[in-house]
Design a protein. Structure first.
Length: 325
């Protein structure tokens, strides 16, 4: 029975990797996590000495019981906690970013699309409120979404630039909010992170660096690469000219004070980006003086995060002894 706590630990960890504990909650993510965990347990089981093995039927039955009980508990909690699982939400709680005239047009489109929605309020596309019907400005959008439990934001593109829309999508991505764009003079609303209901069209799903999945992947990358560099440290001490700074940075990354790859520092940068730890290496070491160009590089990285990009920059930084921040 000494193996039972280990099996439970494996199921918990596999659930974490599968996003079962991410926000917004995914109802069936735990099923995926437990399935992967069970496959790992069965693989370990095959390598164990005979005196540590017990019936494989117990593992399978235990996995089924864990799935059923986890799903049952989550469903029970969903009845007590409103809107815990987006898949069970029936009504959209919409906020519209734009002017009053555009908001009225968007509401008419939603009504004609037979969407079950609740209009929460209008947000000014500027940094100040220009109309008494507006409840917040664009700089207060994240707080407005959080306080009012908004789960869908519609941007009126005639009043706000595409860059500003993307920046706000990145900021809101950690809240599990869906997005749509209402083009000027259009009879439809473009986009969402899904195509589940009538009237929704497909747009790319942002792999924003602020999402729980991306944050988890980035931290796993940081820890994994730190361990790999530590294991091959004698090589890097010979190759890399910044050996002492590298060792110091490695320790800071391991304890969670730094990340291997971070934004390019931009003096007077106007963009608001999801917060990440200060990077040991930056996205570019070119001496650009154009703040807009540097901001765009940071924006693209934050919008489409990938560990492949992190690895490529880290490898170049280690091999060519690039400056350490």
């Amino acid at each position: 029975m000494v193996m039972v706590p280990i099996y439970m630990f494996i199921w918990l960890v596999s659930n974490w990797f599968s996003g079962a504990y991410d926000k917004p909650q995914k109802l069936f993510a735990s099923i995926k996590g437990i399935t992967w965990g069970t496959l790992i347990i069965l693989s370990i089981y095959a390598l164990l000495p005979l005196n540590y093995r017990f019936s494989r039927a117990i593992i399978i039955l235990g996995a089924i019981w864990t799935m059923a009980s986890t799903l049952g508990i989550r469903l029970l909690i969903s009845f007590m906690v409103e809107d815990l699982f987006p898949t069970l939400q029936k009504k959209k709680r919409n906020a519209i970013v734009g002017l009053q005239s555009d908001a009225e047009r968007v509401i008419e489109i939603l009504k004609s699309s037979n969407v079950d929605f609740q209009y929460i309020g209008l947000v000014s596309p500027q940094s100040n409120i220009t109309d008494q019907s507006q409840l917040a400005n664009i700089d207060q959008l994240e707080e407005f979404v959080r306080v009012n439990n908004v789960n869908e934001v519609i941007f009126c593109s005639s009043n706000i630039s595409s860059q500003e829309i993307i920046k706000n999508m990145l900021i809101l991505s950690s809240h599990g909010v869906e997005y749509k764009i209402a083009p000027p003079e259009s009879v439809s609303i473009i986009g969402s992170n899904s195509i589940n209901t009538l009237g929704e069209l497909y747009t790319p799903d942002f792999k924003a660096i602020s999402t729980p999945v991306s944050r988890r992947n980035k931290r796993i990358f940081d820890v994994g690469m730190s361990i790999s560099i530590l294991a091959t440290l004698p090589i890097w001490i010979i190759i890399n000219k910044n050996r002492f700074l590298l060792l110091k940075s490695l320790i800071l990354v391991l304890i969670g004070k730094r990340t291997w790859i971070g934004y390019i520092p931009c003096i007077g940068e106007p963009t608001r980006l999801p917060e990440i730890r200060k990077g040991v290496f930056t996205l570019s070491n070119s001496k650009f003086n154009n703040v807009d160009r540097l901001s765009n590089i940071n924006l693209i990285y934050a919008k489409s995060y990938s560990t492949k990009i992190d690895f490529a920059i880290l490898w170049r930084g280690l091999i060519y002894s690039l400056p350490i921040q």
